[in-house]
Design a protein around this ligand. Sequence first.
Ligand code: UT7
Length: 320
Amino acid sequence: MTIHSRVAGTGSYLPQKVLTNRELERLVDTTDEWVLTRTGIRQRHVAADDQNASDLALAASRKAIEAAGIPVQDIGLIIVATTTPDMIFPSTACLLQAKLGVRGCPAFDVQAVCSGFVYGLATANQFIRSGQCRNALVVGTEVYSHIIDWSDRSTCVLFGDGAGAVVLTGDSAPGILSSHLHADGSYAEMLSVPGTVAGGKVRGRPLLKMEGNTVFKFAVRILGEVAEEALAANHMDKSQIDWLIPHQANIRIIQATARRLGLSMEKVVTTVDRHANTSAASIPLALDEAVRDGRIRAGQHVLLAAVGGGFTWGSVLIRW
Ligand code: UT7
């Protein structure tokens, strides 16, 4: 019997503290009006000083596991997508595993920036399909507030903190219909945090820098392309997409993608207004919201489309 994987449960977590555009006006030379019209962002959540990526991941994971209705010990694989790990090592996935009280199953991080969750989901799907595990926990978790230059108005207004998680489980029917992953490292400098530690000191500048305009144009083109690639691989027409869940970076990127695909914005899940860009967490946060408020229903087609630093990009098409 062919094994497929399906999403058994979703969960998410947003830190309590909300930072509005108006509050940012006091930090940098910006306005609520500029941020809202250029990006669609009204506010973002910011982690408390003592909250790390694994803490946000833990809260989101517990909700996903509860929704899946399985005992936590039945998790056979943990993949955490994050660009803002708690530490250099152990991986945030291992730290999360310990916090969940699970032992023995493989646990590792995926680093594909804003495409990280889609990379993680595609990887977990392969593990389940090849029979290596039955239940996988895939998490996107980020504390971008740690790597933002809070004096740079061109980037600090764009990002937020949060986490989203899914439990994938083996089933006789899909579930995940397809996944496609891509990368092109020649774009590395367009979006990066060009720092590391060496000899006990920080080497380079470990704060986010971005050529916003180049990233914008690339994202619009590539999100349209990955969606078309997924549809072609499944011999499907765009009219069969019930929900598009794109990476949430900028409402103008999302609207341009929807226009390019001929999709009404009513079929697009958006959270960027309230969450801003939460990188690897943005897609599972939006997915969880649309599952819990009843928009996503059994039998519907849900297309996840991501693009991020690297550059990396990819899609996962799910029959719910
Ligand atoms: O997850 C993937 C990573 N990120 C993204 O996908 C983001 C992609 N890029 C974007 O969303 C947009 O390019 C931005 C929102 C970053 C910028 O929007 P834009 O329409 O491309 O604006 P721009 O970069 O062309 O800048 C326009 C002006 C500049 O002033 P001058 O040179 O025209 O006088 C900037 O200095 O806006 C200025 N500006 C600001 N003004 C007020 C830049 N940031 C701000 C700000 N407040 N926060």
